[in-house]
Design a protein around this ligand. Structure first.
Ligand code: FAD
Ligand code: MLT
Ligand code: ZN
Length: 461
């Protein structure tokens, strides 16, 4: 360790793993956004909460900023380290610590990947229902720090609903035990929720106690082809009323074409403007209801074509069309928007936004998909080949300002589930009013008095 600050840390914590190899700095210094050049001081890989506390105390003594790091699958630049920070990766803290069959809770270290949590819950005959395509790489700590949503929010809610308790090493180096996994607890402020969606700005989550639930019912998946956006909401209302929906997701034909170019199998002989993937509880009653709902939607002209999975393999194939979108767009380093409005505001917001983006982006490819049943749209803008990256981002920022204005008018949010991070920091004020932002800053000053926890993310110090 040539840096004297790191040498001091290494000396005081001989068991702590520290990396300074340029390839490691590059690997751990970025997330999925790929927009910023990684430049961390070093990477720390603590093995336990005590080491995390020691790191925070060292950071305060040396004035070094820290970037908490999970699977770095984040899409808002929250885990980017581009300014000489120490990245604190929870990668080694990846184990389940305890299961309680009576409480139906699973206690895990925060670096445990989401998929490993799914598997652990299944081994106990239960389910952890938050789910999305990054499941193999993202971690529970990152999920909590972003309040991750995903494809089953429509039935089970966001990560927030499933956090029964958590342990946080705050910016003062204190280990806080928040929530205690009680079902009922009316003894004052519920501080556990401060950590949810905190994006690493209040401290480092080191442990979480997660609620588990009954395994999901047997289900089938249907893929529907739709003529227009208006039909989306009609089909959603119909299926929600007649089926037990486990998921309701949509994407446009542009999105589908990218996934097909990545090797997925075309679902229909023809192409259609819009598609819905809906998962519903099956069994005879479910299948009959699905068929009759499908026929109703076709009769109304809301659905043009459709297919229902007959096996788990077919269901997985249909899901791939939706879940493969992010990966298929990644080579374009797309400019991502992740917006939300109340479901009731969706039709008006959609109409306005479609018109706005068609007007502002005549030359850019715009790919729409998302969790329409939650009021959450993903709008990805792809860079034309003949445009440089910074000109492209500037142009997207100009349009995002307009989009933020539309969101403000419709009472929506500039980040539904990805977090604010660096990407949406300039637009926080469109979603939160000044009084709220001032309160957030105040809370942060209490838990992170030196402003060393992920500075520059969410809001400027
Ligand atoms: P990171 O990217 O490492 O970090 C994210 C933020 O959390 C950063 O601010 C970081 O500092 C902070 N953080 C990480 N760990 C901790 C910790 N232990 N303590 C404190 N702060 C911490 N997101 C959705 O919500 N829904 C989706 O459907 C969805 N689908 C995705 C699909 C793909 C293919 C990809 C690549 C991403 C997707 N995401 C989705 C985004 C991303 O996976 C989530 O935001 C996820 O929760 C990030 O977890 P992570 O461990 O990778 O966190
Ligand atoms: C999704 O819903 O697929 C994710 O949020 C990822 C993305 O927006 O790219
Ligand atoms: Zn999403």
């Amino acid at each position: 360790m040539t840096d004297p600050r790191l040498a001091a840390l290494a000396q005081s914590q001989p068991e702590l793993r520290l990396l300074t190899d340029p390839a490691d700095l590059e690997h751990y210094g970025r997330d999925w956004t790929r927009r910023w050049t990684p430049a961390p001081l070093a990477i720390a890989l603590p093995a336990n909460a005590e080491q995390v506390q020691a790191i925070v105390r060292w950071a305060r003594a040396e004035g070094v900023a820290l970037v908490p790091s999970g699977g770095r699958t984040g899409l808002s630049g929250g885990a980017v380290a581009a300014n000489g920070e120490l990245v604190v990766s929870l990668e080694r803290m990846n184990r389940a610590i305890g299961f309680d069959p009576v409480d139906r809770t699973l206690t895990v270290q925060a670096g445990m990947p989401l998929e490993a949590v799914h598997n652990a819950a299944r081994e106990h005959g239960l389910s952890y229902p938050v789910d999305f395509a990054a499941r193999g790489s993202c971690t529970i700590g990152g999920n909590i720090a972003t309040n991750a949503g995903g494809i089953r929010v429509i039935r089970y809610g966001n990560t927030r609903e499933w956090v029964a308790g958590l342990k946080l090493v705050d910016g003062r180096g204190e280990l806080l035990d928040l929530g205690r996994a009680l079902v009922k607890n009316s003894s004052g402020y519920d501080l556990r929720h401060l950590a949810v969606a905190s994006e690493g700005t209040l401290g480092i989550i080191v442990e979480a106690t997660l609620r588990l639930t009954d395994p999901p019912p047997g289900s089938s998946v249907m893929l529907l082809a739709l003529p227009d956006f208006e039909s989306l909401m009609r089909v959603f209302e119909t299926l929600r009323a007649r089926l037990r929906l486990e998921a309701f997701e949509f994407f446009t034909d542009r999105a589908l074409q990218h996934v097909l170019a990545h090797g997925a199998q075309a679902p229909f002989d023809e192409t259609y403007p819009y598609y819905v993937v809906a998962e519903f509880a099956s069994g005879e009653a479910g299948e009959d209801a699905a068929l009759s709902a499908f026929e109703h939607c076709v009769g109304e002209g809301w659905v043009l074509d459709g297919v229902i999975s007959q096996s788990q393999a077919q269901a997985a194939q249909l899901w791939r069309l939706r879940e493969g979108i992010t990966e298929s767009l990644a080579p374009y380093v797309p400019y991502k928007n992740d917006v939300a409005v109340r479901i009731s505001a969706m039709p008006a917001f959609l109409a306005e936004t479609q018109a706005l983006l068609a007007h502002e982006y005549p030359h850019f490819e715009v790919v729409w998909f998302g969790h329409i049943g939650d009021g959450n749209l993903h709008i990805n803008v792809l860079k034309p080949d003949d445009m440089d990256q910074s000109g492209f981002v500037d142009e997207c920022e100009r349009v995002t300002k307009l989009l933020a204005g539309a969101l403000q008018r419709h009472g929506g949010s500039i980040s539904a589930e990805h977090g604010i991070g660096l990407v949406k920091k300039p637009y926080l004020g469109s979603t939160r009013d000044e009084a709220e932002i001032a309160l957030m800053r105040g809370i942060r000053r209490v838990l992170d008095p030196d402003g060393l926890m992920n500075p520059g993310k969410l809001f400027d110090p």
